[in-house]
Ligand binder design. Sequence first.
Ligand SMILES: [Zn+2]
Length: 288
Amino acid sequence: MRPYSDRVKDAGRLLAEADFILIGAGAGLSAAAGLNYQDPDLFRKCYPQFARLGLNNIWEAIVAHWAPNDVNRRRFWAFWSHHIQTIRYDAPPGTPYLHLSRLVAGKPHFVITTNVDAQFAKAGFPPGGLFTPQGDYGKFQCAVPCSGTLHDNRDLVQNLLTNMDDASVLVRDSDMPRCPACGDYLERNLRRDGHFVESPHMETQLAYAEFVNRSFAGRLALLELGVGFNTPGIIRWPFERLVSHHPHASLLRVNLDDASVPVGIETRSIGFREDAAQVIQDLLHRLP
Ligand SMILES: [Zn+2]
């Protein structure tokens, strides 16, 4: 890899010259913003009752509370109400997200992210330019689902937490969120299986496709941040294909673990194995 300062300089120039900027963000960007699901210190500080249960980080706790059933439901919602409150509602917009919004200000841009933590929205990115195909921590849907309606969950989450028993780490049965239409349980609006309600996200998917089409008229910079190999078919591989098919596209890939690019698009790509927060800040400082 070439020296960092050279890569930042070239990346800054590509962004400055671009007519369109497409941001693709994964878990690595929120980790760089302080919401690191593998950080044991963050977990002990913000999830002490779950650390006492023997869990070590947020990711472990998510796996331990993967799906609700009749046996685990009160503990399941104890974790998820606490997690949603902490990440979706209490966490302020992270510095890299705020810097990103300044980095692309005044230039046509669009965001696709697998993150469900609303960090882009908190940092001021408009909802119409934000495609979140994996769902939204701030929404519930019917578990069946009996309809495609999404429900804002702030009050439901708050109610679960208010009545949670701290010693047993259990919520009350009577507080379980229920679908107002059919009476079945409500669920998180997360893409996990065929029950995912995705129709509300389709409108922004269309806007995403239109943005990509429009970008063929000019120079496009793809800024990929913290996208790993959990779901590479959503951002990582499509970005590579787009760069190889687009007449004037370049890929800036920021990834602590794997910033390599496939053969064929290396000359149009710059990889960064450096911390995303640092790279974004340095790119911001290079703005004309
Ligand atoms: Zn229902």
